[in-house]
Design a protein around this ligand. Structure first.
Ligand code: SF4
Length: 394
């Protein structure tokens, strides 16, 4: 299995816009919770790895190329916890020599000591959720750190942390001006990083932010200003030699997130931990066979821990080939490089038929898609209207 995602479900505080499977815990509660999490995670791995062997021996035998610790706030774990996890995985599979091991981090949880311990444990890429350098924005959305603390955390991470560092920023806070977003971008550029993620704030169901919008605490952000922010991001980062390789992700050549590329390329991956998703695919172009098994684990951390020993801690679905093709296009057309047609035809030996051709021609006619050198690539407009583009294939 080339790609593994591990979900650590705890945070110190629930950010107001967050709809991830994250649960606020006091620092004093984390020690015991983390212990229980580690023990459950090991059983989770053993069960799912054994299932993967049953599904496709070749898939299970592949060397691991990427591991991603997401959450939640996995930087609340210690380096020794990360090492325990990597050791039990490595007991069953081979790690590739150039494996990418990413840890998501909250700037409010970092110190020289834990950064060094993550690095020693084997983490070689840190993805830091900075979101903004403006205290006003950070406070409005319940972040646990200030702008100054974010700057200090980035400097510490560059000095003591894993080799690669990426930061996440969010734009489109209500009342945020274009100048304030430019200031966040300019501040981020000062650190001479190789990877930046710039997400547009969205109002997700069930979040405090969405509730506040409904109750009139905030006005909906102005879509015209949001578009200007997106355009500014693209041009400013291009001027600084970042290429936009995915709708919200920018990198210097060779520094793209390999783990996230695996999702956008619709590869197989195992998802471990509460609420994690995984998928296993096997297709044979000659035999015209296809199978995609999607698995979603129990979300609630306590229920997950209780169920994990019983072998019944997920919901599983066989995804029909035409549905999977639509999903694959939805993911792949987020990438500037798009999708190679021959890869698509190998992955989906029966589904790239008439319906697919009709949708493709419609997307080309709308100016959202181009076909060149055997690839289907979204145009600038296609990236802007990605949801509508993807909908043509679903
Ligand atoms: S730190 Fe991240 S995962 Fe945790 S609540 Fe905030 S946005 Fe969600």
């Amino acid at each position: 299995m080339k790609h593994i995602y591990i979900h650590f479900p705890y945070c110190l505080y629930k950010c107001h816009y967050c709809d991830f499977n994250s649960h606020a815990r006091k620092p004093g509660e984390l020690k015991d919770e983390t212990k229980l999490f580690l023990s459950a995670l090991q059983k989770d791995w053993q069960q799912q790895f054994s299932d993967c062997l049953d599904f496709d021996h070749a898939l299970a035998g592949e060397s691991v190329q990427t591991i991603f610790f997401g959450g939640g706030t996995p930087s609340l774990m210690k380096g020794e916890h990360i090492k325990i996890i990597l050791d039990f995985i490595r007991a069953d599979v081979v790690f590739s020599d150039n494996i990418e091991i990413t840890l998501e981090a909250n700037p409010g949880t970092l110190s020289a000591e834990n950064l060094q311990s993550f690095k020693q444990a084997g983490v070689n890429r840190l993805s830091m959720g900075v979101q903004s350098f403006s205290d006003q924005n950070l406070q409005r959305f319940g972040r646990i750190h200030t702008g100054e603390e974010a700057v200090a955390a980035i400097e510490l991470a560059k000095k003591y942390g894993p080799k690669e560092l990426s930061i996440d920023l969010i734009f489109g806070f209500p009342d945020q001006s274009l100048a304030s977003w430019e200031s966040d971008l300019q501040q981020a550029l000062k650190f001479k990083l190789k990877h930046l993620s710039c997400y547009q704030l969205t109002a997700e169901a069930g979040t405090k932010y969405t509730q506040d919008l409904r109750q009139g605490v905030w006005q909906d952000p102005d879509q015209e200003v949001m578009n200007q922010m997106q355009d500014l991001t693209i041009s400013l980062l291009n001027q600084n030699e970042f290429h936009r390789y995915e709708i919200s992700n920018y990198a210097k050549p060779g520094y793209e997130s390999r783990h996230n590329l695996a999702y956008w390329h619709f590869e197989s991956y195992l998802g471990l931990g509460p609420g994690a998703w995984g998928q296993m695919r096997r297709s044979d172009a000659k035999l015209k066979s296809f199978q995609l098994l999607r698995r979603v684990l129990i979300k609630d951390p306590l229920s997950y821990q209780k169920a994990v020993g019983s072998g019944n801690f997920w919901r599983e679905e066989n995804i029909p080939e035409d549905t999977a093709l639509g999903e694959c296009l939805m993911m792949g057309l987020r990438l500037s490089d798009g999708i190679e047609l021959s890869v698509l035809q190998k992955m989906f030996p029966n589904a790239c038929g008439e319906d697919f051709e009709v949708a493709k021609q419609q997307a080309i006619a709308k100016g959202w898609l181009s076909q060149k050198a055997g690839r289907l690539c979204p145009t600038e407009e296609g990236l802007r209207w990605n949801n509508q583009l993807a909908a043509l294939f679903l």
